[in-house]
Design a protein around this ligand. Structure first.
Ligand code: ATP
Length: 580
């Protein structure tokens, strides 16, 4: 919680003003019973109208001051709590942006979304409440007790004995409530997770008629959330009746002892009324406090969840002795005995991978599904770090290059063509800050998507729906390729990015890419693509089992021959082998 509260630092003046105004309000509230006692004892009991009018006037005056203080306090409280939430959200977002994939494994996406939205809202609410009323409650309890002692120390002893018991009770509630609300927030993650998967996979759900199944799954998560929330709220509901019971017992005790004291001449009626008034106000404050405790319990759970993210060590960062501003002149890529294992898995995905791609070469990577092709790709822009071996670009170990410099010179087109909400132009320009229209058109032309774009209702200004829903798979792939090409990358990584293209378009695309002076890696399942490559790497179960051009592999590699045969038939294989 302390770490989260440090976000209040920039607003300390506004916080101080808000708290000062709270104290002003409180001051008025504490003096009202005292004035009331004076009006009763010296005005009403003695039949002195002037005293009643004078102190009545003072009471109205200070009430107006309290009213104005309350309004200004609300303004400052809202200002501080909203800015506080804004700053945490911003820091959290930036932290998540810097996460490595290993970091992401720790926090599911749905949980990060809940932390960035609901958890921060809980914190904002409690800060607002804190500045507006939270301080008032404990101060009113302390101040009310002091004032009661001043009015009549003997009767106030009853109050003095009651308060410590209640404080211990509230601390217990606070701690237990924190644990309960943490599990509520975790269940909220669960609901968001099912919801997110459903929204992302809505087409699949409809196509597979899995609506009932998904509704059931959502129902289970929703029920768990409700159960946890109800049990947390039920527990918190304990606070109020116990609090009221104890305070009402205290009032009965004051009235009982008070009447005896008045008879014995140890107290006046006004004093008894004032002390009962203080106890009532303290009860009111404690009632409000019980709501605050509920808010704070919840906010503590949220603060821990937010801090978990903020305190996460980013495990993929620049080494201390990196070379700044590295510009690759050639773009040759060399893997030396590279081994890799995902942080979450026990066994290695890649082992002993060694090859060299010369600058400007086109390298096709073939292999069965799950053989490790994408994993190999992800090591080049250092989305993950190698476990063994080294990767060199132009002879320089990539761990010695600043991450920003490295990634800036790589165009990566992932397997799933993901587009962002915005226009076609914005989606292509996303690959390069301040790209000109000319560069956008050039990249789109090379990616063989320009003509399609020109047929769209607003051409480059056509809005692509969320995740590009109004484009076909092949169109999305080509837009993603244009987004990578616009960077003019030294190294281009195409992860099965031409799978949805027809042979003619694919051939044109590969030809156009050759115009870019970059080393290109293409993961593909299609022999038609690998034919176009200068060299082909065949990966099987994480190992590089064959390397060569189309003709060489057709001659030497059993696996390549089998792939060729599965795509073109035995006759064609024999023909290709004999015509070499
Ligand atoms: N994030 C991950 N954490 C743990 N294991 C993973 C992760 N991603 C992939 N794997 C595992 O690594 C292995 C290689 O996966 P990879 O995606 O590199 O294969 P691929 O050859 O690209 O497959 P495909 O052609 O189907 O895309 C698989 O066994 C997969 O289960």
């Amino acid at each position: 919680m302390l770490k989260v509260l440090s976000f209040l630092k920039p607003y300390r003046i506004a916080v101080a003003v808000a708290l000062f105004l709270t104290i002003m309000e409180l001051f008025v509230e504490l003096f009202q019973p005292l004035i009331m006692a004076r009006i009763i004892d010296h005005g009403i009991m003695e039949g002195d109208l002037n005293t009643v009018l004078l102190w009545g006037g003072i009471m109205v005056g200070i009430s107006l001051i309290a009213f104005a203080s309350g309004i200004i306090n609300s303004f400052y409280s809202a200002h501080v709590s909203q800015n506080f939430g804004f700053d945490i959200r911003k820091d959290l977002f930036e932290k998540v942006q810097a996460f490595s994939f290993a970091n992401f494994n720790r926090f599911p996406t749905s949980s990060l979304i809940t932390r960035m939205t609901n958890d921060i809202t809980q914190l904002q609410n409690v800060i607002f409440m804190g500045l507006r009323i939270a301080l008032r409650a404990p101060l009113l309890v302390i101040g009310g007790t002091i004032m009661a002692l001043i009015v009549n120390a003997k009767l106030a002893l009853i109050l003095l004995l009651t308060i410590p018991f209640l404080v211990c009770f509230l601390i217990w509630i606070l701690n237990r409530g924190g644990t309960l609300f943490r599990s509520v927030q975790d269940r909220l993650d669960g609901v968001n997770n099912v919801m997110q998967e459903n929204l992302a996979g809505i087409r699949l759900i409809k196509a597979f008629l899995r609506r009932k199944h998904e509704s059931k799954r959502f129902g289970v998560s929703n029920q768990q959330l409700m159960d946890r929330t109800v049990s947390a709220l039920r527990f918190m509901e304990l606070t109020m009746p116990i609090l009221l019971l104890v305070m009402n017992l205290a009032i009965i005790a004051v009235l009982w002892f008070g009447s005896r004291e008045v008879t014995a001449g140890g107290a006046s009626v006004g004093e008894v009324v004032a002390i009962v008034n203080y106890i009532t106000r303290i009860t009111g404050a404690l009632t409000v406090f019980s709501f605050i405790i509920m808010g704070v319990s919840r906010a503590r759970a949220s603060a821990n969840r937010v801090t978990d993210v903020l305190d996460t060590d980013i495990d993929l960062i620049d080494a201390e002795n990196v070379t700044p501003n590295t510009r690759f002149q050639q773009g040759s890529v060399e893997f030396k005995q590279v081994g890799f294992r995902y942080p979450s898995s026990e066994s290695a995905v890649l082992e002993e991978i060694s090859f060299k791609a010369d600058a400007g070469e086109t390298i096709a990577i073939l292999g069965a599904t799950g053989s490790g092709k994408t994993s190999l790709f992800q090591l080049i822009p250092r989305l993950y770090d190698v476990d063994h071996g080294r990767i060199l670009i132009d002879g320089l170990d990539i761990s010695m290059v600043k991450l920003k410099d490295l990634r800036q010179q790589i165009g990566y087109v992932p397997q799933e063509a993901l587009l962002f909400t915005g226009t076609v132009r914005e989606n292509i320009a996303w690959g390069k800050e301040q790209a000109t229209m000319e560069q956008i058109v050039e990249a789109a032309t090379a990616a063989q998507i320009h003509e399609t774009i020109m047929k769209l209702p607003k051409q480059y200004d056509t809005v692509v729906g969320q995740k590009g829903v109004n484009l076909s798979g092949g169109q999305k792939q080509r837009l993603s390729i244009a987004r990578a090409l616009i960077r003019n990358p030294r190294i281009l990584l195409l992860d099965d990015s031409t799978s949805a293209l027809d042979l003619k378009t694919e051939a044109k695309l590969l030809q156009a890419i050759k115009e870019y002076t970059c080393t290109t890696f293409i993961i593909t399942q299609k022999i038609s693509t690998s034919i176009e490559a200068d060299r082909i790497l065949i990966i099987e179960e994480g190992r590089l089992i064959a390397e060569g051009n189309h003709q060489e592999l057709l001659k030497d590699s059993d696996l390549y021959q089998r792939i060729f045969q599965s795509q073109f038939g035995e006759e064609e294989l024999k023909h290709a082998q004999t015509s070499q």
